[in-house]
Design a protein around this ligand. Sequence first.
Ligand code: CTP
Length: 403
Amino acid sequence: MSVLNGKKILLGVSGGIAAYKTASLVRLFIKAGAHVQVIMTPASKDFVTPLTLATLSKNPVYSSFYNDDEQEAEWNNHVELGLWADIMLIAPATANTMSKMTNGNCDNLLIATYLSAKCPVYVAPAMDLDMYKHPSTLASFEALQQFGNTIIPAESGELASGLSGEGRMAEPENIIAFLEADLESKLPLKGKKILITAGPTYEAIDPVRFIGNHSSGKMGFDIAECAANLGAYVILVSGPTHCKTTHSNIQRIAVTSAQEMYDVCHEHYSTADVAIAAAAVADYKPKQVASQKIKKAASNFVIELEKTKDILLSLGEIKKNQFLIGFALETENEIENAKLKIQKKNLDLIVLNSLQDEGAGFQKATNKVTFIDKNFNIEPMELKSKEAVAEDILNKIKAYFHE
Ligand code: CTP
């Protein structure tokens, strides 16, 4: 999945011949799963029509401060547009538009929006080769970079003037690739490896029967997706579940029993930066596993159980620099029990579910959790979707690495 998926892109088009290529650019953004709104300078409308870009972006295109339809006169709010965007891209950026950007000369909606935008701004210049090298253009590049904007270098080739050289706007595919690479390199968990357990475990009684539980695995899978979206490489060790992963940064390893989950976790833990135990691991397993299907005979049937290994506890015991997160499901003395668990399992953070809270627990789309850290700071959260709880957990991890 592209890192542009779900991103809000504000495309500013200024008046150069390369504006005709923005039709492909918008299509590529949409294909990558981005939302696009387009602002055009009045001059750019000579090179590509607003209707083309409105159709491709599936949104109205703006090019003046207000629409002067007598019946429905309306102000086009550049502040709102600027705040809406996750990324602003000016493509093509003419020498004139770049000069206005550097001087705050906001005589059109594009520049006013640029000045209002708080998001990262990328600039894809396009002009003739001598213009591209002119000291005033170089000064614009320098000023824009000082403002924190990123220049997507022009390419060399045949120019509309008939000359050949540097100045052609980067091809739409290359602009997309540039943005993807740049955004990926800046993801907050880039380079981090996160080990996550999820789902139930099944403990065999005989070849056809097992002891299991109702865990859907959703919480762990949501954490995995969220972590991968933030750039982490995820090892997701999952018991049997119907959940699916979509992100290519997630390596899913399917296991069945607690012992298998334990073995896989220990294989990956020493190289992990974070481990999150979201699995509902069986606490007990049958002491003997029958090799043949057990036939019914006596009216009573007793299975002797023995404890499984506590995976989280074992990870806590050998913890070096890993940030270790556990879950706890409690029905009484929740906070006290959770604090004991933090100490016993050597955790950095525990995510406490109380069964007294409506909407929390197994087979639900929502969860209501309380975070308790190793210093016993307690933070109760609202009832939320499991995706939103996953985001909260990832915010804790981001804070650990960046504070
Ligand atoms: N856990 C584990 N391996 C086990 C059992 C539990 O890794 N064999 C992890 C779970 O994934 C979870 C945490 O430990 O992160 C839950 O702790 P646990 O002590 O099992 O507590 P609860 O099941 O919540 O409650 P109880 O104390 O009643 O067992």
